[in-house]
Design a protein around this ligand. Structure first.
Ligand code: MG
Length: 259
């Protein structure tokens, strides 16, 4: 997978509580919540768990994804307990290529999309109050994007002892483009524009176009976009590239100098 990622704190928020994972084998985002540094910690911890498990993902993608979410959940709960922070949690949406399939693990209101043959398809369902209302027919997608309670999510990593992420897979095709993003993008950019801006050019240029569009339209939240282009060589072995690993970890820990 040829990939690129971009995270921007936007124009309103004082800090960036989003984080991303971007490697040859897997891409993902996490959108943290919680006071003080709780949100930033939660999203970083969740992706760190993902990053650890993906490097050892072998025959059982579904079980490995389930384990990633369970471990991320325990890690965030533990951190909240130890740092005595309340309200700490994070969304987590990841896509892993394995056995000629895209494996998706998802919880919260970040999203995964598939761009195939010019069509943009949303692969994930939002676990949010407005997402429930849209599914029951009580709200349109447009209304959901500006609804005052659009930030209320119904499931997240680190908010309950047991979580039930959505885990599923679909066959990939050459030329597929995966887009994973936080709600800082989708609350500002409607599906038609999203589809146009995400298509064409390199993953880097598409990430830049999308983040720019969200900022032009208000940038009210942190914006994170990860794009992966799938080609014939994408069938992933466990990603042991030290360069990729370093990229991920410097994103995760750069600020604290852990690596
Ligand atoms: Mg957000």
């Amino acid at each position: 997978m040829k990939y690129a990622a971009l995270s921007d704190k936007g124009l309103v928020r004082p800090n960036n509580e989003d984080a991303f994972l971007a490697t040859e084998a897997a891409i993902g985002v996490a959108d943290g919540m919680g006071g003080h540094e709780g949100g930033e910690l939660a999203s970083q911890i969740a992706l760190e768990e993902a990053s650890k498990a993906i490097t050892s993902m072998e025959r059982r993608p579904k079980a490995t994804l389930a384990k990633i979410f369970a471990n991320a959940n325990s890690a965030v709960l533990r951190m909240a307990r130890e740092s005595q922070q309340t309200g700490m949690g994070t969304t987590l949406t990841i896509a892993v290529l394995k056995k000629q399939r895209i494996w998706i693990g998802h919880i919260g209101d970040s999203r995964a999309y598939l761009l195939r043959g010019g069509n943009l398809e949303q692969l994930t369902e939002d676990h949010s109050l407005v997402g429930d209302l849209v599914r029951s027919g009580g709200l349109s997608q447009d209304e959901a994007r500006t609804h005052p309670k659009r930030h209320v999510i119904t499931k997240a990593v680190g908010t309950q002892k047991l979580i039930k992420p959505d885990i599923f897979s679909l066959a990939f095709e050459d030329g597929d483009r995966l887009l994973i993003c936080t709600d800082g993008l989708t609350n500002h950019v409607e599906p038609d524009s999203l589809s146009k801006l995400a298509a064409g050019g390199s993953p880097e240029s598409a990430c830049e176009r999308l983040v720019e569009a969200a900022k032009e339209r208000g940038g009210s939240d942190n914006i994170t976009v990860v794009i992966g282009d799938i080609n014939g060589a994408s069938e992933s072995k466990p990603d042991r590239s030290s360069t990729d690993r370093r990229t991920v970890l410097s994103r995760l820990f750069g600020k604290n100098g852990v690596n």
